[in-house]
Design a protein around this ligand. Structure first.
Ligand SMILES: Nc1ncnc2c1ncn2[C@@H]1O[C@H](COP(=O)(O)OP(=O)(O)OP(=O)(O)O)[C@@H](O)[C@H]1O
Ligand SMILES: [Mg+2]
Length: 311
């Protein structure tokens, strides 16, 4: 990965290790309060422009404040893991990135999220286009009760990219061949082609859970997204299916920007390039290279969480 830690940050972190702060707060490995250097720890630097840039994001459900002043930049073509205890706001954060929270009546979002430096919360933003560019895969595989082929071609048809209907044929436009190519390409990208190539017209609900999840990933890829959001995509799967999804995520990150929520810390350590740790109360506590987070986090609370002392 091309991401590089900002020099000044590394220096100031090691300097601060020598500071004798009020250790009674006990909030950091170096003795400072989280508040003192929170901005610094969550301010992750990498080379190149951010694919997604989040600034001062706050989310409320009614009067509940679920996410507090979250700012973070997400580099392109890499895997960013979001970890933290249940209820800390990981799914809420992920849903902010393609405005899925708009669908929750009680949710109120404040702050800014930019995709390639364009504000997605702009009143004129086209949500259909946004969700095409930023696709999402959920915890429970949710294929449509249709054939495997139709699951894949549904999105491109909806967006008008392929048309195989009667009218199209009468008008001399028949994209059947294009559809077949798209189905094959998407299923290959999702490492499912070999298992389903001879049963494309079977109902997708007849697939195993792991296969259904890869089908959902293929469905997401079929509309040619730039960012893929995954909310615990492997937590309902057995270890073999999980490892297939993990391999796939790593492969996809060569071409796409992947943001993945996981409860499984080994998984985050294995597959991600950078990791953001959210803790109870909807705070982003630390964000850095994955190796740094797991080997030598700055925040005591993060260390406690990672070593299983709480959470
Ligand atoms: N639709 C909703 N309506 C009201 N409150 C919600 C809603 N969704 C989430 N919340 C609340 O917002 C907070 C953050 O929830 P969120 O689902 O984002 O957490 P999470 O980190 O994804 O948790 P988990 O690991 O259990 O999935 C929680 O207190 C939760 O109860
Ligand atoms: Mg969640």
């Amino acid at each position: 990965m091309s991401n590089a830690l900002n020099e000044s940050k590394t220096e100031s972190s090691s300097e601060s290790a020598g500071v004798t702060a009020d250790v009674s707060t006990g909030t950091t490995t170096a003795g400072e309060s989280d508040e003192q250097i929170r901005e610094e720890w969550s301010n992750y630097h990498f080379d190149g422009p951010a694919k997604l840039s989040v600034e001062d994001l706050n989310v409320y459900y009614g009067t509940d404040h679920a996410l507090k002043d979250v700012s973070m930049e997400i580099p392109e073509k890499s895997v960013t893991a979001l970890i933290g205890p249940s209820g800390c706001g990981k799914s809420t954060f992920l849903r902010c990135l393609n405005r899925m929270n708009d669908r929750i009546k009680t949710a109120r979002v404040e702050g800014s999220v930019e995709l390639d430096e364009t504000e997605i919360y702009d009143a004129n933003a086209n949500l259909v286009e946004l969700r095409k560019r930023i696709g999402m895969v959920f915890q429970q595989p949710n294929p449509f009760p249709k054939s495997i082929r139709d699951n894949i071609s549904y999105g491109p048809r909806k967006h008008g990219d392929i048309d195989t209907g009667l009218l199209a044929r009468l008008l001399g436009r028949d994209d059947t061949e294009e559809e077949s190519e798209l189905v094959e390409r998407s299923l290959k990208q999702a490492a499912l082609w070999e298992e389903v190539s001879d049963r494309l017209d079977d109902n997708a609900l007849g697939l195993s859970g792991g296969q259904q999840q890869r089908l959902c990933i293929a469905r997401c890829l079929a509309v040619d997204p730039e960012v893929i959001l995954m909310d615990e995509p492997a937590s309902a799967l057995d270890p073999i299916a999980t490892s297939k999804i993990e391999d796939l995520v790593e492969e996809l990150s060569k071409q796409y920007t992947v943001v993945i929520v996981t409860h499984n810390m080994q998984q985050a350590a294995r597959i991600s390039d950078q990791t953001a740790v959210f803790l109870t109360g909807g705070e982003l506590v630390e964000y850095d290279d994955t190796d740094k987070i797991f080997e030598n986090p700055e925040s005591q609370r993060v260390e406690d969480y990672i070593t299983g002392k709480f959470g």
